[in-house]
Design a protein around this ligand. Structure first.
Ligand code: GRF
Length: 191
């Protein structure tokens, strides 16, 4: 029998994508297990949620390390202990450094709330809204050393209705994210 793949979810925020992945696992539509949740924000809601689910967490404060290499060495140790196969970035608001990239080459995936290569970086939803585009969307991609530059795995478009306020667009994007991320992870795990 095939071994269930282990996911490490990295997040800094509310964790709605973490919830969607967790729910898909519980529903049996995603055949995987979350064996570690990593966060650089000790007070983040996602860490609370992970703890309530009894999941292992690795929480660190980047300011208490001399540089990225040092905290990423500790993250790699935690990942190895959790026997993580894939790293799933879900609102982890920092660039991944060479230490992690080399340890998990081709196994780090990110979700970004725009149709890349448009609107890279912070507040992609606000950028799209302010630009007045009529179509934006969601991208799932491999992570490389750049900011939202890795090879694209999946994309889905979201129409920006003329009646939308920024919050409406955010909600429409989230609906797509919560369906597309678990489904894309599942198809990657099947390969
Ligand atoms: C999502 O919009 C994702 O695309 C971006 O960060 C956000 C995380 O949201 N990378 P949440 O914490 O999963 O709700």
């Amino acid at each position: 029998m095939k071994k269930t793949k282990h996911l490490a979810v990295f997040a800094s925020g509310t964790g709605s994508n973490f919830d969607a992945i967790q729910l898909a696992i519980e529903a049996g539509t995603l055949d995987a297990a979350i064996t570690l949740v990593v966060s650089d924000v000790p007070t983040s809601a996602v860490i609370d949620k992970a703890k309530r689910k009894g999941l292992k967490t690795f929480v660190f404060d980047p300011k208490s390390y001399p540089n990225k290499r040092v905290f990423e060495i500790e993250i790699v140790e935690a990942l190895q202990e959790a026997e993580a196969d894939f790293i799933i970035l879900a609102g982890y608001m920092r660039l991944v450094g060479p230490t992690l990239l080399h340890a998990y080459e081709g196994k780090i995936i990110n979700i970004h709330p725009s149709l890349l290569p448009s609107f890279k970086g912070l507040d992609a939803i606000g950028q799209a809204f302010d630009a007045g585009v009529k179509i934006t969307g969601v991208t799932i991609h491999y992570v490389d050393e750049g900011m939202d530059t890795g090879r694209i795995i999946a994309q889905e478009a979201v129409k920006v209705s003329d009646t939308y306020a920024r919050g409406d667009l955010q909600r429409a994007i989230q609906v797509v994210e919560h369906q597309l991320y678990p489904a894309t992870i599942q198809s990657l795990l099947q390969q």
